[in-house]
Design a protein. Structure first.
Length: 417
């Protein structure tokens, strides 16, 4: 069967992206300056971004992914809402042995930025709604997908037919695209829940991020900018708690919740006040057996989901985007098939090591630090102090977290495709 034997498509594009979350949307924007025509479909209704709370999440975005946002033209819109991360202080419970990263040790650029989910989503939505090259269909979902030589024909539930050379699955952790392709998933849940909220504090955060390892999991205090209502001195909290205890904590009244938070936060920023709602995210680690299939590539959480201990889930997804966009743009330029096996295996090979290393690192860190076993605690504290006292190792960690080490795709260096 060839594509011409199938129904005449209503929409004929080079690339169909299933899932218009952050990762899928950034991919469409990244390809805007290439001749590659894209279409995104998302099952979601249009979310009301005027709600200041949205889902409470704010992301630590690495320096290299900030370069990506700049290279695709989103930075001028986002800059005012982005809070630079100048230092990171890591401590193990009450131990005095700690690890301190300062951006000045590796250059003059911040190590990363903090950006609220709602700001990034708004910027992407505005950009895509005026795009000449990327089309967005939402709400929409796939009913059937037929592979044929030279492309894929996709029937949508609403009866429309899309034809593309390549399908990208960017439909998140529960990816149906991955399941329909028969790609196996390895998954184990952590007995932990991520509690997320935003606080306002008396003193300035000085753009310092704090990560405290507590027996039930990491507790992160992440610096935000002031908000549109003029509320200054804000930080985002990602508080990992035992899953059974998290429910009890989330149900506490405001005063009791605040005092539990204060016990972990401390008083170094003065008095704190919780702004807005509390959110809960069940945590798990999962990875797809492979990231490509016949005319299919997986990106973002559809390919890999990890513990937020190092704030790397979205960062990894954006690195997938930078890599795939470069491979596709170069393949197209050479007049080759963007859905062909050569392009897909180049993408999979380029990302393989980084994925495996990051999944392993986040899982090991969580296992090592989320307990209060005395010998383990002593060993890890000595480890933290040793890394802190040895600048070459410390700088290596910093460069890796900033995403500027290894074979870095063009967009992550801030260069156009
Ligand atoms: C508490 C917490 C804190 C975090 N902090 C950080 C951080 O600081 N830094 C960081 O890098 N990462 C962080 N992460 C991870 C980050 O949130 C995710 O990695 C990222 O949001 C994944 O984006 P995505 O676009 O791949 O998937 P999603 O955001 O899940 O988007 C998937 C999209 O696909 C659509 N969809 C789903 N199924 C279908 C279908 N069948 N058809 C059509 N559309 C479909 C959905 O509607 C959605 O829009 C954190 C995660 C948590 C839980």
């Amino acid at each position: 069967m060839t594509l011409s034997d199938l129904n005449t498509p209503d929409i004929d594009v080079d690339l169909l992206i299933i899932g218009g979350g952050l990762v899928g949307s950034v991919l469409a924007v990244a390809l805007e300056n290439t001749p590659i025509k894209t279409c995104i479909i998302d099952k979601g209704e249009d979310i009301d971004l005027s709600d200041a709370d949205f889902d409470g999440r704010a992301f630590a975005i690495s320096a290299s992914n900030k370069n990506l946002l700049a290279a695709i033209g989103l930075w001028p819109v986002l800059e005012k809402d982005a809070s630079p991360i100048l230092e990171i202080r890591v401590s193990d419970g009450p131990s005095l042995l700690a690890l301190h990263f300062d951006h000045k040790d590796v250059g003059d650029q911040p190590m990363g930025i903090m950006l609220e989910n709602r700001h990034l989503r708004c910027a992407l939505r505005d950009r895509l709604s005026s795009s000449q090259r990327a089309r967005v269909l939402a709400p929409a979902s796939v009913e059937a997908l037929v592979n044929a030589p030279g492309g894929v024909q996709i029937s949508l539930v609403d009866g429309r037919v899309v034809r593309a050379q390549l399908v990208v699955g960017a439909d998140g952790r529960g990816s149906q695209t991955r399941a329909q392709a028969g790609i196996k998933l390895t998954r184990w849940p952590y007995p932990q829940t991520g509690i997320v909220c935003t606080v306002r504090h008396q003193r300035m955060h000085m753009n310092i991020a704090h990560e405290r390892f507590l027996p039930s999991g990491p507790f992160a205090i992440l610096p935000l900018t002031g908000d549109a209502l003029g509320v200054q001195n804000r930080s985002s909290i990602v508080w990992t708690e035992r899953a059974d205890l998290a429910h009890v904590i989330l149900d506490l009244d405001e005063d009791a919740f605040r005092s539990e938070l204060m016990r972990r936060f401390g008083d170094f920023l003065g008095n704190i006040e919780i702004i807005g709602s509390r959110y809960a995210y069940p945590l798990s680690l999962q990875f797809a057996e492979r990231f490509v299939d016949n005319r299919l590539a997986l990106v973002g959480d559809a390919a890999h989901g990890m513990h937020p201990i190092a704030g790397q889930g979205l960062n990894m997804g954006l690195k997938d985007v930078a890599t795939l966009a470069q491979v596709l743009a170069e393949t197209y330029r050479l007049g080759l098939d963007i859905g062909g096996s050569q392009a897909l295996s180049q993408y999979a090979k380029w990302r393989r090591f980084d994925h495996a290393a990051m999944l392993l690192a986040t899982d090991m860190l969580n296992r090592l630090f989320s307990n209060d076993i005395a010998p383990v605690r002593i060993a890890r504290d000595v480890g933290l102090a040793a890394v802190n006292a040895f600048p070459p190792i410390k700088n290596l960690f910093m460069r890796h977290a900033m995403g500027v080490s290894g074979d870095v795709p063009k967009l992550l260096r801030g260069q156009p495709l």
